[in-house]
Structure formats: structure tokens, C-alpha cells
Design a protein around this ligand. Structure first.
Ligand code: HEM
Length: 125
């Protein structure tokens, strides 16, 4: 039998979609992070974020959104807001009883983009 991938353990697209929905519910409920989404198309964002995490977990989906740096160039993030978002992602994974090592892999896929998330429109590189 083929080895089970992270994607399989998370419950495939449906399982990952459930975590993403929980994550965005928590982000929107946060008093500092929620307002950043005031003008966002949340339906689209939930779909692209699901694609992103499915791809990162080894699934067949492909992220077709704009580069992460471009997508967030106008969002006034700070390192502490990113850390809080990551804590909310951990909490969302925990709500679905995802094993610690799997949760770390999912969080790692997002945290790898911290520099891109923090970059502003005028930053080089
Ligand atoms: C690394 C994985 C991520 C991907 C692939 C991703 C993807 C995207 C995309 C495609 C957009 C829409 C851009 C557009 O409409 O032009 C967006 C916007 C946004 N994302 Fe992310 N994102 C990621 C991580 C995060 C994290 C960790 C946060 C933390 C709060 C976040 C918060 C936001 C916010 C606030 C917007 C702005 C919406 C707006 O101004 O309309 N994103 N993201």
C-alpha cells in the first residue's frame, strides 16, 4: 500500500477545508486581525488558502492565487500579528485533533512565508 501522505492524514481536501474555515473564523474574530479582512473576498480566500495548504500537504491541488508577497503588500502586518495568526492556526488544527507533528508541518508551510507577509509595497527583493 502506498504510504499515507500528510494530505491523507488531514482528511484530504474536505479535512483541510474544515481547518481553513476554522482558521479564518478565528482570524475574523480577532480584534486586531479581523479588520484587515474588511474588504476581502472571503469565499475566494477560503478557496485559495485551501488550495495552498492542500498543495503543501502533498495533495493534487495547485495554488493559483497571486504570489504571497504581492497579495499582502498592502496589509499592515507586524511580526506579533503574524505570530498571533500562527497561534490561531495551531488552535484550529488542535480543534480537529491533528497530531502535533502534522500540525507543525502545516504551520511550517505558512510560517515559511513570514518575510513575504511582512514585506511592504516598497520593499526590495
Ligand atoms: C502563506 C499562506 C497564505 C496565502 C497563500 C495567502 C493568500 C492570500 C491571497 C490570495 C489574498 C488575496 C489577495 C488579492 O485579493 O489580491 C490574501 C489576502 C490577505 N491575507 Fe493572506 N495568505 C496567506 C497567509 C496569510 C496569513 C498568515 C494571514 C494572517 C492574518 C493573512 C491575511 C490576509 C489578509 C488580511 C489579506 C487582505 C485582504 C484584503 O486586503 O482584501 N494571509 N491572502
Amino acid at each position: 500500500m502506498a504510504e499515507e501522505t500528510l494530505y491523507d492524514r488531514l482528511g484530504g481536501r474536505d479535512g483541510i477545508r474544515a481547518v481553513v474555515d476554522e482558521f479564518y473564523d478565528r482570524l475574523l474574530a480577532d480584534e486586531d486581525i479581523g479588520p484587515l479582512f474588511a474588504n476581502a473576498d472571503m469565499a475566494q480566500l477560503r478557496r485559495t488558502q485551501t488550495d495552498f495548504l492542500c498543495e503543501a500537504a502533498g495533495g493534487p491541488e495547485r495554488y493559483d492565487g497571486p504570489p504571497v508577497r504581492e497579495a499582502h503588500a498592502h496589509v499592515p502586518f507586524t511580526p506579533s500579528l503574524i505570530q498571533r495568526a500562527i497561534a490561531l492556526l495551531y488552535g484550529s488544527l488542535d480543534a480537529f485533533d491533528v497530531a502535533d507533528t502534522d500540525a507543525e508541518a502545516v504551520v511550517g508551510a505558512v510560517a515559511a512565508y513570514e518575510t513575504d507577509l511582512l514585506a511592504g509595497p516598497d520593499d526590495e527583493g
